[in-house]
Design a protein around this ligand. Sequence first.
Ligand SMILES: *Cc1c(COP(=O)(O)O)cnc(C)c1O
Length: 380
Amino acid sequence: MITTKVLQQLAETHGTPLFVIDHDVLRGNYATFKKYLPRVQAYFAIKANPDPAIIKTMFDAGASFDASSVAEFRAVYENIKDRPEQEQHEWIWENIIYANPIKATETLMELDKYKPLVTFDNPDEIQKIKEFAPNAGLVLRLRVSNAGAMVELSSKFGAAPEEAVDMILEADKAGLVVEGLSFHVGSQTTNFENYVQAIDLAALIFRQAKERGYDKMNLLDIGGGFPAPYDDSVQPFSELAKRINAELERLFPPEVKILAEPGRFIVATACTSVAKIIGKAVRHGKLCYYIDDGVYHTFSGIIFDHCQYRLESFKEGPAQICTVFGPTCDGLDVITMTEELPSNLERGDLLFSRNIGAYSAATSTWFNGFPPAKVVHVNR
Ligand SMILES: *Cc1c(COP(=O)(O)O)cnc(C)c1O
């Protein structure tokens, strides 16, 4: 973990607001994922944090990728563009899944020349893929329970279980190949039962498809959702892995390729933000600090990711419950109303926030003329 001393030095050198990415932690999280889920090929979900240096580090560590837009696809492709075409195609087939179930026709045309794996979850998408990306391999995204996840996805994506086999057969009839199934149990899933139920459902659909004559499925994609250890209430990853491994072992023979799309788990703990106090006021009897980063910027996960971050001070002092606001003129720009901070902080003092790597810089804006935090890399 990056020390407070180093954070202060970096803030002094680079100014604030600052977003520090520790590449040792990225590599460590990837290694942990591989260690506890040895059968699962990890496709880093780029949307959690698309910094090109993160993609490069994951690429060098041997990761595969979930790219869900043309821009994300190109950012991965950058790493293999000098290889011969045939090698590129093989690498893409083995290491990229385009996991956005709804794709614009322009996107499909762009993807088609690379013959990638793409997900789908409805009949209209089958027709689009047939017309605009007939060379793609298909993966059917199932609707599964997202109960207890911090971020819910099942209302937007996923084929109903009772329609799944029909849809596989429809794609087959259209001349496409369905390579397997995928699901997403919801982001920051602390309810591990979601994974068990979803794997059981996938096994059932595999069996039903076979009974109805379709036997070309050979992969299962268990999606993302692996929780970051934001606080002590999150059970260890090893516990979740144990349950997933047992279920995979029980239901899927070794020839079925298993993949996953961890986003948050890889990047959340790898990044720390540092911001500066630019103003201080007492409002309705409560101490309020104003800092130079906020919910339109690095703390955007408070809005989009339903995530709450701790703020810490480098300085010590008598603590009290404070409100911390971002720098914009919008009343929505509130980072916390309940953080315990020293009451003696002054203009120019710094606050920092750990475990802020996922869905933070990724969704930062230029709102009100305030630019996103400067990014610095350590242990690259
Ligand atoms: C966002 C997303 C992920 C990553 O989810 P995490 O909860 O960050 O692990 C994986 N797969 C798909 C299809 C996604 O949309």
